[in-house]
Design a protein around this ligand. Structure first.
Ligand SMILES: CC(C)(COP(=O)(O)OP(=O)(O)OC[C@H]1O[C@@H](n2cnc3c(N)ncnc32)[C@H](O)[C@@H]1OP(=O)(O)O)[C@@H](O)C(=O)NCCC(=O)NCCS
Length: 170
């Protein structure tokens, strides 16, 4: 079981444009060169690099983890976010940083009236936050996606039904 996050040494706070270079370097370390060909990257192309929902984790002032959230519309309907990339430096993995970054981001999303958060990722990791499969064919992305990895969180049960069609960055 992952230990409780040590908030004495780790600080979670909003990411800003000044963090973009450090976050990109973390992505390069964690995901490697193949990351730009992912469909989720294509969806984020042209979107602002940082939204008010993005969060970073600092340990001894070093950026050790970050999560991005991009504002998207689905079939022309606003009020959704794309979560990702989520990246945690290997030397601090399994310490609750990923969990805390996502929980903080989802709390903020809910406060701001976001209805749906979409991601492409591992269900065994994300289901603990309430993410579940998107019904096949309901949401399209600008590239291939394994339907088993297309997951959504909804602020209220059933709200996902009103989000149908192509996802686009806003
Ligand atoms: C996956 C990742 C984000 C997890 O972050 P983390 O801070 O290490 O994880 P947490 O401390 O929040 O949670 C650890 C728990 O998640 C589990 N876990 C980690 N990755 C998992 C996965 N891919 N599938 C299922 N469970 C996973 C761990 O086994 C651990 O379980 P436990 O609580 O039962 O012990 C991080 O390891 C990472 O950046 N990996 C490489 C990049 C990646 O795969 N990103 C996600 C794609 S968007």
């Amino acid at each position: 079981m992952t230990p409780k996050l040590d908030t004495e040494t780790v600080e979670i706070c909003p990411a800003t444009l000044a963090d973009v270079a450090r976050i990109s370097a973390l992505h390069a370390r964690v995901f490697g060169p193949g990351r730009f060909s992912r469909t989720a990257y294509r969806l984020r192309e042209g979107a602002p690099r940082v939204s008010k929902f993005c969060r970073k984790a600092l340990k001894a002032k070093e950026l050790v983890a970050a999560v991005s959230f991009t504002q998207i519309s689905i079939g022309g309907t606003s009020g959704a976010l794309l979560l990702g990339p989520l990246a945690v430096a290997p030397e601090v993995s399994n310490q609750g940083l990923g969990r805390e970054l996502i929980a903080t981001g989802l709390r903020e999303a809910e406060r701001e009236g976001i209805a749906v958060v979409l991601l492409v990722g591992d269900k065994p990791y994300y289901e603990r936050f309430g993410f579940d499969h998107v019904p096949p064919g309901q949401i399209k992305l600008p590239g291939p996606v394994d339907p088993q990895r297309l997951l959504a969180w909804q602020a209220k049960p059933g709200v996902l039904e009103s989000f149908t069609g192509m996802a686009r960055a806003e």
